[in-house]
Design a protein around this ligand. Structure first.
Ligand code: ZN
Ligand code: ZN
Length: 482
């Protein structure tokens, strides 16, 4: 058994920090996390102890008090850590069955391990994070950092992987104008990821344009350095309507989405997890956590193989949860199993009992903003969705869209809202290892560094206009556990 004891700063629901004494005790069979002498968390097998070296501050950390996970806890999830022999690791944040190497659930088995309903999340939900000096990392989530990748770039692997995943999710088409709204700490990495994909496409003979929309004119140069073809400064006036095919909203605040909806012709991709109401919808952060989409319900039967529900059904018969007041069209029953009901919690409970496939609806159909919210989180205080992770909430053509610019655009213009969360660390590390210019993302983006003891100041500065990216550094004590 291994034991480490340390003092760390807990983040609290009132947004302040308070010191706490931690004791981690265990081995490969399981760990106990004690806070101030009381057991705070019992972990099963599949974790290893690592010493934190650096941890980035991101918008999720600054908005953590809005998220539906218990506080206090030691936060921070963009980490570089090292083992007893000094090897450097980045750590994927989802402690799923898959990441722990234990018996997998239906979600892990279906390749949806980042959506495992039993997961804890490093520095966000349960597991002490990288603003403390020690971590418990899922064994299969630790990826060794190649020597060629410096700490300054490695500490950005978590958000860079998420940025790459966003770009892979939107699938830019030839000739597209792809916009990044509000590029700062995450959005600049999305610009870098788009520039990387654009370079691949150019070699294959197709191309698209990367547009950055900034509020602060001083970010023009940085956006260009990260690879934007065009930088537009958003002034006090309205944003240019329908000027880009896809808009990736990286603003991290609820005012971003209506602007993104206005600029986008085809798709808005949401990367913000601010936990607040936006466009009349309360559960958009949960939508991003579950990587859900919102789209218009088709007017006529889609061609075989072309519907959202067929593509998401994992080879089984698609299950449609019909929440809308208007009745489902007769043709739907020939391609899907339709369960209609006005009570989203009761519908969700009926899917809980499924023993084949995922215990969720493949898609949900909603007729107003309340029903869209209910399809995302049907039960109060319960983080399980009605619709499966990476599934779609379809909005009926006759939906009540009052109070939601987003739903109006979905119904009237056929706009699609997509979203994504965590990405593939292996791919991110591979790109960084192969591209010397890309490895400069750290020196370009990180404007502030703080000692771990100075966490409150790090958060204050990270949330200010003066800062793009802040990184917290732990004292290099040589490591080793008792
Ligand atoms: Zn983050
Ligand atoms: Zn699982």
């Amino acid at each position: 058994m291994t034991t480490v004891e340390f003092d760390a700063l807990d983040y609290r629901a009132d947004t302040t920090f308070a010191p706490a004494h931690y004791r981690l005790h265990g081995d490969e069979r399981g760990w106990t996390v004690e806070r101030d002498g009381t057991a705070a968390l019992e972990l099963g097998p599949g974790y290893r102890l690592l010493r934190t070296r650096q941890c980035g501050v991101c918008s999720t950390d600054l908005a953590r008090h809005h998220l539906p996970f218990p506080l206090p806890q030691v936060t921070g999830h963009e980490v570089i850590a090292r083992d007893e022999s000094g090897r450097r690791y980045v750590v994927e944040i989802n402690a799923s069955h898959h990441a722990r190497g234990v018996a997998e659930c239906a979600f892990c088995r279906a390749g949806l391990h980042t959506h495992c309903p039993d997961r804890l999340t490093l520095g966000i939900h349960g597991l002490p994070g990288g603003f403390g000096p020690w971590l418990l990392a899922p064994v299969a989530a630790c990826l060794e950092v190649p020597d060629v990748v410096p700490d300054a770039a490695a500490v950005l692997v978590e958000p860079f992987a998420a940025a790459l995943h966003a770009v892979d999710s939107i699938v830019p088409r030839a000739g597209d104008r792809i916009a990044v709204l509000g590029p700062r700490r995450l959005g600049m990495l999305v610009v870098a990821a788009l520039a990387g994909v654009r370079a691949e496409r150019r070699r294959a003979g197709t191309d698209f344009t990367v547009v950055a929309f900034v509020r602060d004119p001083s970010l023009r140069e940085l956006a260009t350095a990260f690879g934007a073809d065009e930088v537009q400064v958003l002034g006090a006036g309205a944003a240019p309507e329908a000027s880009c095919d896809v808009v990736i909203d990286t603003t991290g605040n609820p005012e971003g989405l209506p602007t993104a909806v206005r600029i986008a012709r085809r798709e808005v991709h949401l990367k913000s997890t601010h936990g607040q109401v936006s466009c009349g919808l309360a559960n958009l952060t949960a939508l991003v956590v579950d990587e859900l989409s919102i789209a218009r319900f088709p007017d006529r039967p889609p061609a075989p193989g072309a519907s959202a529900w067929e593509q998401l059904a994992l080879g089984g018969r698609p299950r449609v949860a019909w929440l809308a007041a208007s009745p489902p069209p007769a043709w739907l029953a020939s391609t899907a199993e339709v369960r209609a009901g006005r009570d989203a919690a009761a519908l969700a409970a009926s899917f809980d009992r499924e023993t084949t496939g995922l215990p969720r609806a493949t898609v949900a159909v909603a007729g107003n903003a309340t029903e869209v919210d209910a399809a995302i989180r049907p039960r109060a205080g319960d983080e399980r969705s009605l619709v499966r992770p990476r599934g779609t909430v379809l909005v009926t053509p006759d939906a009540d869209v009052a109070g939601s610019d987003l739903l109006r655009a979905v119904v009237v213009r056929g706009l699609v809202l997509s979203s994504s969360r965590c990405g593939d660390f292996r791919r991110a590390l591979g790109l960084l290892a192969a591209d010397a210019d890309l490895r400069r993302i750290g020196e370009r983006l990180v404007t502030h560094r703080f000692a771990a003891a100075d966490l409150a100041r790090a958060f204050a500065v990270a949330g200010s206009r003066a800062c793009i990216k802040a990184v917290v550094e732990h004292e290099d004590t040589g490591g080793g556990s008792a």
